[in-house]
Design a protein around this ligand. Sequence first.
Ligand code: PEP
Ligand code: MN
Length: 354
Amino acid sequence: MIVILKNGTPAEEITRISEGLSEVWEVKVEKSVGKHKVILGIIGDTATIDTLQIQEFSPWIQQVMRVQKPFKRVSREFRYGEASEVIVNTPNERVYFGEHHPIVVVAGPCSVENEEMIVETAKRVKAAGAKFLRGGAYKPRTSPYAFQGHGESALGLLAAARDATGLGIITEVMDTADLAAVARVSDVIQVGARNMQNFALLKKVGAQDKPVLLKRGMAATIDEWLMAAEYILASGNPNVILCERGIRTFDSKYARNTLDLSVIPVLRSLTHLPIMIDPSHGTGKSEYVPSMAFAAIAAGTDALMIEVHPNPARALSDGPQSLTPERFDCLAQEMSVIGKVVGRWPQQVLVNAI
Ligand code: PEP
Ligand code: MN
């Protein structure tokens, strides 16, 4: 349930309403200040509450609405239709993820392999316009015999790459036990597809301050995905970015997954959270990555994640879907053409592309 306040409601009145509502109905009241409205979100057992009774609570209440969706805090209704933004302070700049901001490009290798390759890749993706370096220290692998990531030492290498470039860092946490170490290095914490419904992990990333990149489980419905995001918000962290990375369908002969680009308009209508598309895992083949990246930009994505490796043929994980730095340079130029048409390409990259 949300309570929409009239413009100009005095701060003391907002406090009075919030405290009053939580006292009388034993609910949690969360204030969100949008561009146009102040909204109070009511969380708890609201089924028996009469909206008229709430309406009578204050003449400053403009409207009381029930949120019909199973997910509350992540739903678009909860913010009265306004998009939220996730703001990340990277060493170089403050980066905004969201519907009303330029598209954020995140790039890097699947795994952090050694210092030279991660620093080199960071420099190359930065020069092409990426704002974040993404590389795995802890890797979820289907086989226990496959490379599992270098773990904590790779976190140190990511820190070195950040020092060398000023890029923001994104890396995955798989285990609650590693969260503190990951959070020390990572500006945004990735929860991978396989952990999308690891509720213990979701609660833990929700109880810390770093923004969270929540990848869609490979067989997760949109409702399940949004409920997973709801766990993070319900634990206190409002900064979640949703990343579509392809789902498993009946045909995986030619593409690793089916990249569900229809989530862009669907999520846009359901949630206020920013949207990222990962065409690398989405297709599993480097030659298909550019066309899906273009399509994602045209469809309105807020961010892209693209795997880049200095030598894909020798990569320890996900080589077949990784672009070389040269191909990534070229892709960045090509993406800028479409990004510019939709009015969402960052200035700096536009300048480079001209
Ligand atoms: C990754 O980002 O490298 C990764 C393992 O992704 P996903 O969780 O989407 O499979
Ligand atoms: Mn990967």
